[in-house]
Write a protein that binds this ligand. Sequence first.
Ligand code: MEV
Length: 300
Amino acid sequence: MGFGGGKIILVGEHAVVHGTPAIAAGIRRGVSSIARPADQDSLHVEPWGRTWRPNAKSEEPLERAFERILSRYADRPPLRFVVRVALPPGAGLGCSAAIGVSLIDAIDKALGVARSRAELGALALEWERFFHGDPSGIDNLASALGGLLCYRRSSPPRRISPKGSIFLVVAHSGQRSNTKEMVARVSQRLAGSPEWARRALDEVKTLAIDAEAAMCSGDLIALGAVLNRNHEILRSLNLSTNRLEALCREARSAGALGAKITGAGGGGCMVALAAEAEHADRISGALAAESFVEEVGRAA
Ligand code: MEV
């Protein structure tokens, strides 16, 4: 069985595409895949009830991505993949990366290929490119490695060991987020105001450093302030929606120490920081949306 986890970005989405560090956490929900020898290659996603075939010329990114990954394995039997996706697509939780990671993991296991999780995550970037154009690499690495990571584009990810667990509440706005479109929107905005862009990216870099320091010293109040400030920057990039704003407000009213968009924005999920486990349950209960609690920071 191959597995790729979902992810939450705590600090630095979008800015990470432009070279600043970001902090992400792998989550327990994800995608599992089984690969079995068959008459021909196919990929069946169970909850969606659809089957795809590898095709480098297809209009569907999934078929082109599937073909690319299979082409990395010479002299193999045809394989049928059955994929179980336990993440909402277009929610900012790294669904596409998790599918790629779980597929590669499943093929490796079926063919007896030895590869580290870091190598697996790096290979899954090839898959991600078919969906997001210019992905930074954070989703596929967080999916493969799990745990809490600091990542800067083109550098190996670094594990963060926080002082104690961090309890997060993730809520879905119910609106679909389109990463490719949002990344293009941000790139255009940054290119149009280079001086503003430089200051915003510098600030996100400082926020990532401050967030790591706060996690490592167990200062959740400081961490919450970082999340709130990061949300303001994402909002100024036109990535929030009325629904995401309402969820952040509701979470803060329920005592969340910080709340922000997570992932590409323009829909998808928000994340809120709780003081401890029970508090997270209370925040989750107070939100008028589908939500779940995630404990991050324990060794993956
Ligand atoms: C998407 O989960 C995160 C973005 O920063 C895009 C990327 O890093 O590839 C918006």
